[in-house]
Design a protein around this ligand. Structure first.
Ligand code: ZN
Length: 151
């Protein structure tokens, strides 16, 4: 793959989040925490959420690696703010469907907000994993939270 092709992916929101990652401070004593790694391009994501009345009150997402991973992590951290676990799972599902090449409704795209700017990643199948890594970390975190609750 030529670098030039990849540059096309990096529209304004992606570059902005890459340069100014949101919610990158580690949340201490989180209710929900997970981690995901993609050795292909050295991508790593750590996710922490502390819940208040069942909603994501404080969010920490630390990412390393390629721009797609870092931008997605930052956008995800903003989008899940204030959401319940169930709402976060809806977002995750919508984002996976977007990356799978599905045509989402205007309402669904609205729910994704800025995350829909990553749609161009679909043209580079090998990069889709980079865009999904943050969500993997988040899903792992939610799964561990569920298990802990039902223990
Ligand atoms: Zn990557």
């Amino acid at each position: 793959m030529e670098t030039g092709d990849l540059d096309d992916l990096y529209g304004d929101p992606i570059l902005d989040h890459r340069r100014h990652p949101r919610n990158s401070d580690v949340v201490e004593d989180p209710d929900v925490a997970g981690r995901a790694v993609n050795p292909f391009c050295g991508d790593e994501v750590d996710v922490q959420i502390s819940l208040d009345a069942g909603r994501a009150a404080r969010i920490g997402v630390q990412s390393e690696g390629c721009s797609i991973n870092q931008a997605t992590a930052s956008m995800m951290s903003e989008r899940i703010s204030g959401k319940s676990i169930e709402e976060i799972e809806v977002l995750s599902n919508l984002f996976h469907r977007l990356m799978d090449g599905e045509q989402l409704s205007d309402e669904e795209l609205g729910t994704l907000g800025e995350l829909q700017s990553l749609v161009g990643v679909r043209r580079y199948p090998v990069r889709i994993k980079c865009a999904l890594l943050s969500w993997s970390g988040l899903e792992e975190a939610i799964e561990k939270h569920r298990v802990a609750q039902h223990a």
